[in-house]
Every structure is written in C-alpha cells, then in structure tokens.
Design a protein. Structure first.
Length: 509
C-alpha cells in the first residue's frame, strides 16, 4: 500500500500568514490613548487558495483597562476547510494577544485545531523573557511543557506597523528589521520589512509592505491603508494564497473546501522503478524557473533549459563504509537533538530504539534494523491528515508515510544516529505522489524509505526538502512542498536500466 505525504501547507501557512508581517522599529513617541482608540475595530477576511474562498479570518482589536492604563488587545479567529482523500476537514485557531505600552505582546493565548488535532499555547512576558506554556496531545498525556525565551532588544509586534501607517510614517523605500515571537512555530523569528509604493485595493489607496521571515524563508506582501487596516495579504508563489478584506457576510458565504491533490500524473510511464539505476525527468512550472523549487543532492542533479528543470535521480546505494554508534560531531548536532516533532529523549522512544537495535553498534546495521521494524510493525494508512509526533505514532503504531519517516527519525536519534525527514515526490503506477522518507548519517547521508521498506530509496524518489525536524525546519519543509502544489508538472525524459542501458522517452522498451 502506498502512503501519501501529509500535505499540511494550507494549515501551517494560513495559520501563520497573519503573523509574518509582525513587528517594526520602535516608535517615538509612544502611542497615546487616542491613537490606541483609533486602532480598534473588527475586520473580516476571505481566505483564498488558487482564487477560491476556502475559509475566513476575523481580527478584532479593542482596548482593555489595566492598572497601567488602556492596553491594545487583538483577537484573531481563523477557519479553513480542506478536503483530503474524500474527507472534509477543518483547520483553524483562536488567538488573543494583549500588548504593553510599547505595543509589544505581553500575553498570547492560542488554541489551534490542526485538522482535528487540538493544541494550546499561553505565552507571558516577564521582564525581557517570554514564558511559554504549551499543551498538546503528545502521547495522550497532555504533553504540557514550559520554557523561557530570552527576548532581543528589538522585540516588537504588528501593531506598530498599523500605528506607523496612521502617522504617515511608512515611507517608500524604508527598510528595517525586527524580532517577533511567532506562536505558530513557537520561536523567535527575525523579519526584514521593506516599504513599497502605493496601490489601490478595491477603491482604497494602500501602502505595500513586504516582510521576509528569516526562520521560515518566506516573503509576505501586505497592503495597509492610511488608517492602519490590513486590506490584503498574500504569499507570492504559494498556491496563490491570499487574504482579502471583505464584509462579514462575504467572508462567511460560499466556502469551498480546498482539495489537496497528492499526485502528478505522467504521460510516459516507467518500468519497475526499483530496478533502475537512474531516472531523468523534466520538471515544468506554471510561472518562473522550476529549479527554484528543487534541491541538488548527492543523488539528484539539476540542469536548466529555459524555465524547465532537467533532473537526474540516481538509485541510492548502500554505504561503502560506516561508523560506530553513537555518532557525534558539531555539524551533526541539529540532526541528533530531540524536537517537539521527534521526541528522541523520551524514555519510551529510547527504550523502543534500544530494543530494536539490540547489541548492534554499526550505524548502517542499526539503521536497517530500525527501517525494517517500522515497516513491519506500523499499520500503513493511505492518509493521516493531522501532523502527528513520533511519540503519538509510537503509541498508535499507524500512519501514512510521514508518520513512518518521523518515527524512524526519532528512533534513530535515540541511539545516536543522525536523521532527517525528507519530503518530495515518489513514482508509482504512472504518477508521482507526494511522499516522505528518512535520511540517516552513517559516515555519509543515506536515504531510506521505511513506509515502503526500502533500505535505499529507488530512483523515483524526487527530493524537495530535507528537514532537521526543529520547528522552523519542519515548517520550511511544508512551505517547500506547498510551493510545488498546483505549480509543477513532471515528464519522464528517460531512464537507465540495471544493466546500464540508457533508454530515452519514446523508445521501444
């Protein structure tokens, strides 16, 4: 059974899109009570993917009385409908943020629904430290964690951009950077903001603001009017994802679930792909160079022909040499540490990994044992739409390709084996389907596919991104995949057989 990659792009990006434009340089003088009052109100937005309304957002800004005077409170509600494998699912969040006299967030309370997986986060500003308490379903035991984040001096919020717009201080050509806490990925991010020219949105003239996230590697375009209201927001090159300010009635009416297509059909089919030395593909893109959406690796090379990418993919080979466990090294630390997605320091993960590996001290031997165990013991399902952690997978022992890959990655790290989560597309039955697999370091990096039981991946595995599984990297993997959805086509140019015979597309086989 083929297990399809969990495509969580619409969720992870839409939930975060309103946060990407957050922050600005410190304003002087501080906002007056009158200026704060002018920022209040309620706005509704239509969430659109490829031009269709798939959800809505509501942003309500009001003032709350405190012992230190009035404070700005922003309430965000979001709902997005998604169809996957014939099932209609819902994603969304509710978030309340209160700002201090410098318009920095002093408290954030967020409840998030990721296609049925509920999580909560509460963050409080204490001096120059953000104390974050998160509660998720990890392992079914509440998954509560508390951590403290030291904040940089330029910590800020999006409310400052609105105030600068009201004051007429968004000057064309101005550029600045700032730090922000992003609750969607639970980290401190740094954004670079550039102020563009003036454009008309509907019948309202607005300033174009471009914000680039350092952690997520995406750029968000915002159109802000002279009253500081967000009129439109979009992520260029990502499924035509747009938020458009509309009336409440328009926002709530005629919502059509976004249907995720996990496959790209090819006109020319491949023979038994596991037997091929290499596969040669032409990847096309609807707008722009296709090579920008792909990566070169030790087994994947890319040349260009106009905007097309000519990709040659080799069958992964077993390593010629290997290292003893545990593997260490400064350059490998990010691939060995425990993360919220891969809890390799949890006693249950550690105990299971040690039982599987036994007395095996050879890294490649251990990797093969882990891959075989995950394949043999997990129940494969065609699609598990929710993002699920390694600990949840270990308890449920079911999932699609993403769950297989994440569990193997966590088990590997628990015994000192560096691992990555790889996302991309894999060939089967005349189609390239979105897929996920695992990469391990045994002296060199080797790609393995636990959901298909491949100790070395075949030449039909097209890599898009390899994640270290920390919060930012995991989000970037989703973004990288999301940029290809509805944007690329794949054609088979040829292949090389096991005996070295080179076959071009259209030749007799």
């Amino acid at each position: 059974m083929r297990a399809a990659l969990k495509v969580v792009i619409p969720l992870s990006v839409i939930l975060a899109i309103l946060a990407v434009a957050r922050g600005a340089i410190t304003l002087a003088p501080p906002p007056t009570a009158e200026e704060l009052e002018q920022l209040t109100g309620t706005d509704w937005y239509s969430v659109r993917i490829f031009g269709r309304p798939n959800g809505y957002a509501r942003i309500q800004t009001d003032l709350v009385a405190t012992d230190d005077g009035p404070r700005l409170r922003v309430t965000e509600d979001l709902k997005v409908l998604i169809t996957l494998a014939g099932n209609e699912l819902e994603a969304g969040k509710s978030q309340v943020t209160v700002h201090d006299e410098r318009l920095r967030p002093v408290s954030i309370e967020m409840v998030k629904n990721e296609l049925g997986r509920r999580s909560e986060l509460v963050a409080r500003l204490e001096g120059e430290t953000m104390v974050v308490r998160s509660v998720g379903p990890d392992g079914g035991d509440g998954g509560e964690s508390v951590r403290r984040i030291e904040l940089p001096e330029d910590f800020a919020s999006d409310a400052l951009i609105s105030l600068k717009a009201r004051r007429g201080e968004l000057a064309q050509g101005e550029s600045f950077t700032y730090a922000v806490y992003d609750p969607e990925v639970d980290l401190i991010d740094r954004h670079t903001v550039s102020v563009g020219g003036r454009e008309v949105v509907g019948e309202v003239e607005a300033t174009v603001v471009e914000a680039t996230s350092e952690a997520l590697g995406i750029t968000v375009m915002s159109w802000v009017d002279d009253e500081g209201r967000l009129l439109r927001q979009s992520v260029p090159g990502l499924m035509e994802l747009t938020l458009e300010r509309v009336s409440e009635e328009e926002a709530l009416a005629s919502l059509a679930p976004f249907e995720i297509d996990n496959e790209i059909a090819v006109e020319r089919h491949l023979p038994l792909v596991r037997s091929l030395q290499e596969v040669r593909l032409r990847v096309t893109r609807n707008v722009g160079p296709a090579a920008e959406l792909l990566v070169e690796t030790h087994r994947q090379s890319i040349t260009t022909e106009g905007d097309d990418a000519l990709v040659t993919i080799s069958h992964e080979l077993p390593p010629a040499g290997t290292l003893p466990l545990p593997i260490t090294g400064e350059t490998l630390e990010e691939y060995l540490r425990a993360t919220p997605q891969a809890q390799s320091d949890d006693p249950r993960i550690i105990a299971t990994a040690r039982e599987i590996v036994g007395d095996e001290t050879d890294a490649w031997g251990a990797a093969q044992k882990l891959c075989a165990w995950v394949k043999d013991n997990m129940r494969a399902v065609s699609s598990e739409p929710r993002p699920i952690t390694a600990l949840e997978v270990l308890e449920a022992m079911r999932g699609d390709c993403t769950e297989h890959a994440i569990l193997m990655a966590a088990l590997g790290r628990a015994v000192g084996l560096p691992t990555k989560l790889v996302t991309g597309l894999a060939y089967v039955g005349g189609k390239f389907g979105y897929h996920a697999w695992t990469e391990v370091y045994v002296g060199r990096w080797v790609e393995m596919d636990p959901s298909w039981g491949q100790m070395t991946v075949d030449a039909g595995h097209l890599q898009v991104f390899a994640s270290s599984l920390d919060e930012a990297s995991y989000a970037r993997a989703s973004l990288a995949t999301g940029r290809t959805i509805g944007a690329i086509g794949i054609e088979v140019e040829g292949y090389t057989t096991a005996d070295g015979r080179r076959v071009e597309a259209g030749e007799e086989r």
